[in-house]
Design a protein around this ligand. Structure first.
Ligand code: TGC
Ligand code: FAD
Length: 388
């Protein structure tokens, strides 16, 4: 297989520090050696290799943005670079790392007690513990504020009842950060260990998207959670603070998937002969390649600027919404166009475009659908919330 060539038309990587370049190169070569050779098989069999977790821990990509607790403590541009390189391999791989880093670990780091941080974060950074994040329910996806999952206090425990749906890594996680309502109807966060009495999971089967990542239902039936596992926050700002970070990572990650598709389609177009010529020599094919090259470059500029803003502490959640909405939609369009350039070959898993295309359908939906981010921006511009 030809070596991957990234797009960097505006030489953005030249702005990276030596440490950021080193992070880019080490994650890129990890993806080449550990992910690319196995991913089609895993996608075909809908399997996730848990053995990859300690390797990801050693690479330093689990909770890399967290300072202390045996985490790498890198800046947010580096975090973005990591997500871009991982998603070049597979969106499911990036998903597992996003959920671990920005949703589960971030929630514990931001809202946890010192005891909770010391108990969970070092093991999660090493890949010894895998976390998941339960916000969505069957009947409450875009509108998580309507959640029904409920925790009632009983002595020094909470008794948790309800379900969470579409939870990445749910069935294989060692702990779940679960958002539910207390008796007063306030949203609270609980860390639920996998062996908590009354906690079980169901694997969601037959997905056509993110097949190499586990997606599950979490079921709580009089589940006992010690009070000491409660996070120190009330309200939706609890889960949303992690979502801001995970959505930012997706702004970069989606570029990785788009670049993987573009690289494959460009190579294909240069070698596929029709009418006695490589198809890359036809103007219509060149127009498609140029359009994709331009859109990927624009998305890179957007992600790069979001990284600078995040590192300087000035990033607005609405700016992240623009990045998530634009970059995932761009990546999905690129994957579909690349699939077209590959003709019939594009529908087989001998090539990666179909896998990325199917994965990106999930990425466009989770962490706030494309239209929810459109409405968040609509509210920002007009001052009027159009959700309800
Ligand atoms: P609203 O009334 O606007 O806000 C309620 C409270 O939340 C605060 N808040 C935020 N805080 C920090 N960052 C943000 N981005 C925030 N957005 C809202 C807000 O300030 C308020 O706080 P307070 O103290 O005043 O109570 O909320 P709403 O109920 O009207 O909902 C607004 C809406 C629709 C934008 C929001 O609910 C939304 O974003 N919906 C999308 C749901 C979503 O993104 N779900 C993600 C689930 S997790 C997931 O998908 C993981 S995929 C993992 C993988 O990568 O594999
Ligand atoms: P709905 O909210 O029912 O939306 C359906 C359609 O209606 C969408 O097109 C949406 O844009 C549109 N819509 C909804 N409301 C409005 C409105 N007000 N105005 C206009 N249009 C609207 N969740 C977690 O908590 N943790 C996870 O780890 C997790 N992992 C996931 C992994 C995968 C593979 C997938 C697919 C999802 C995952 N999710 C997770 C759930 C994800 O966050 C939700 O699917 C997402 O928030 C959308 O919710 P929904 O599927 O219920 O769609």
């Amino acid at each position: 297989m030809k070596k991957f060539e990234a797009i960097d038309f505006f030489e953005l990587d030249a702005n990276f520090s030596p440490e950021q370049i080193q992070i880019r190169d080490s994650v890129r070569s990890f993806v080449d050696s550990e992910i690319i050779p196995n991913i089609e098989e895993q996608h075909r069999n809908a399997s996730f290799d848990r053995g990859i977790l300690p390797k990801l821990g050693e690479l330093g990509v689990l909770g890399p943005q967290i300072k202390g607790y045996e985490c790498a403590g890198v800046d947010y541009t580096s975090y973005g670079i990591i997500m871009r390189e991982l998603e070049r391999g597979d969106s499911g791989l990036r998903s597992v790392c996003s959920v671990q880093s920005s949703l589960a670990m971030h929630s514990i780091y931001k809202w946890g007690t010192e005891e909770q941080k010391n108990k969970y974060l070092p093991k999660m950074a090493k890949g010894e513990f895998l976390g998941c994040f339960g916000l969505t329910e069957h009947d409450h996806g875009s509108d998580p504020g309507g959640m029904r999952c409920k925790a009632i206090r009983k002595g020094d425990k909470y008794i948790l009842n309800g379900n969470k749906m579409w939870i990445t890594s749910g069935s294989i996680a060692d702990l779940a950060v679960v958002w539910c309502k207390n008796e007063g109807g306030k949203v609270i966060g609980l860390i639920v260990d996998k062996d908590a009495p009354g906690f079980k999971t169901n694997l969601i089967k037959n997905k056509f998207s993110l097949r190499a990542s586990v997606t599950s239902e979490l079921i709580f039936e009089d589940c006992e959670v010690p009070m000491s596992n409660q996070l120190q926050v009330e309200g939706l700002k609890g889960p949303f603070s992690g979502l801001n970070s995970a959505r930012y990572g997706i702004c970069w990650g989606s570029i990785g998937a788009a670049m993987a598709c573009f690289d494959e389609a460009l190579n294909y177009a240069k070698t596929r002969i029709q009418f006695d010529k490589p198809i890359a020599s036809f103007q219509l094919v060149q127009a498609k390649l140029v359009e994709m090259f331009t859109e990927i470059t624009k998305a890179q500029l957007l992600a790069f600027h979001l990284g600078l803003a995040k590192d300087s502490g000035k990033l607005l959640a609405q700016q992240v919404s623009m990045g998530k909405m634009n970059n995932v939609s761009m990546a999905l369009d690129v994957a579909r166009e690349c699939r077209d350039i590959l003709g019939a070959n594009g529908i087989t898993d001998e090539y990666q475009v179909g896998r990325h295309m199917a994965n990106l359908e999930s990425v466009n939906t989770y962490e706030g659908t494309e239209d929810i981010h459109r409405l968040i921006l609509g509210q920002h511009i007009t001052g009027i919330a159009a959700f309800r």
